[in-house]
Structures are given as structure tokens and as C-alpha cells.
Write a protein that binds this ligand. Sequence first.
Ligand SMILES: Nc1nc2c(ncn2[C@@H]2O[C@H](COP(=O)(O)OP(=O)(O)O)[C@@H](O)[C@H]2O)c(=O)[nH]1
Ligand SMILES: [Mg+2]
Length: 180
Amino acid sequence: MDGRNQRSVVQIAAAIGRSRGEKTTGVARAMIVGIPNSGKSSIVNALLRRAAAKTEARAGVTKHLQWFRLEGNVELMDTPGILPTRIPSAGAQWKLAICGAVPHERYDAQEVAAAFHRWLLVRTPRSKVPDLHAFATARGFVRRGGELDYHNAAHSYIRAFNEGAFGRISLEAPDDTEAA
Ligand SMILES: Nc1nc2c(ncn2[C@@H]2O[C@H](COP(=O)(O)OP(=O)(O)O)[C@@H](O)[C@H]2O)c(=O)[nH]1
Ligand SMILES: [Mg+2]
């Protein structure tokens, strides 16, 4: 589903309803849990049909637990994203970073962009997705003196990935060994 689309999230409302079974009295409580920037607050908003929970394309926007009242006596809690304090696998580190799940002060954007592109070329050797150098050149990330501005280009590169500018790319499938 698309969390930004109200019609798309009706499946969730239906599932909450089903989980209540025959019970018609009392309040049912549900919570929405996931890694940062995975679309939790957007789903809450779509279920509420209004922009009640703050959403933004970066990690750490939802800082408190928030309860929202839905139709049918359901209370829904939006939560801040959760991540393990230490992410041991280097592969998991750059994947979480490029998905916007990690605050940007906690990673090196140039390394993340490079790791992503190396991974992409192994997987799809003929991929047309630019590497950081090509991206910086094409988008005019140039400093005075003509040198490329890799620092700002790398943050823009990660945003471009997030916005889907490089197409629909799945970084992991549920049965990948690295995903464990
Ligand atoms: N492409 C796409 N983007 C989404 C979807 N759901 C949310 N987003 C975007 O992802 C970003 C993070 O969403 P948000 O709801 O704040 O995530 P949260 O941090 O998990 O609460 C925002 O820019 C949303 O517009 C989705 O289903 N598809
Ligand atoms: Mg949120």
C-alpha cells in the first residue's frame, strides 16, 4: 500500500476491525511500530483522514508517543521510530542510512552513496543510475574554482534515492541472509 493514500490504508482499518472480532464495547488499542522514516505517521494520518501526526522525509520527527482516536472506538498510537543502538553489519548501515532511517549526522553521506552504487552495479551491471561523480556533475554541484562539491551532492543523492528519482529499488528481500 501507499501510506500517503487514504484509500490504500483501508486494509489496515479493516484488519483492526477484524481483530476486534465480535467485541463491540470498550476501546481497542493499536500501535504502529517501525524503523524511522518508514511511513508510520503517514499511515496514521491516512487512517485519520487528516494531517494530525507530523510527517517529514527524515528520521526523528515523531518524538513522543501520541494517541489518536479512530472511528469504531479504536485508539491508535503513533510512535517514534526504533533502531538497535548498534548496527553491526556494514551493509545494514548504509541501507538504513540511504532509506533515511538514520539521522544524517550519524553517517558519511559520500560513503553511503558509494556503497549503494557499488552494490547496485554488482546486482544490475547495466544500471543507468549515476554514481556520485556523475550525479554531482549532472546536477551542477560545483564549488568556486570548478571542483565538484561531493559533500552536498552526496546528501542530495540520498534524497534523490528516497524520492524515487533512481526508480523503484528494493535493497533487501525478507529472505535475504543479510536481512536477518
Ligand atoms: N513513496 C512513498 N513514500 C511514503 C510512503 N509513506 C510515507 N512516505 C514518505 O516518507 C516520508 C516519511 O514518512 P513519515 O510518515 O513521516 O515516516 P515515519 O518517520 O515512519 O513516521 C515522508 O516524506 C512521506 O511522505 C509510501 O507509502 N510511499
Ligand atoms: Mg513519525
